[in-house]
Design a protein. Structure first.
Length: 41
């Protein structure tokens, strides 16, 4: 999902830098976004 979102943002905004975090993850997702594991407190 993060890869397709990144492709969309690149299409819409060109080569602008985008900060994207994902709450859910799977193996390899770290390649296209940061991963937030939630508040651990």
């Amino acid at each position: 999902m993060t890869k397709s979102a990144g492709e969309y943002f690149e299409k819409e905004f060109g080569k602008s830098k985008i900060l994207m975090f994902s709450r859910a993850s799977y193996v390899g997702a770290h390649r296209t976004s940061g991963i937030w594991f939630g508040d651990n407190h």
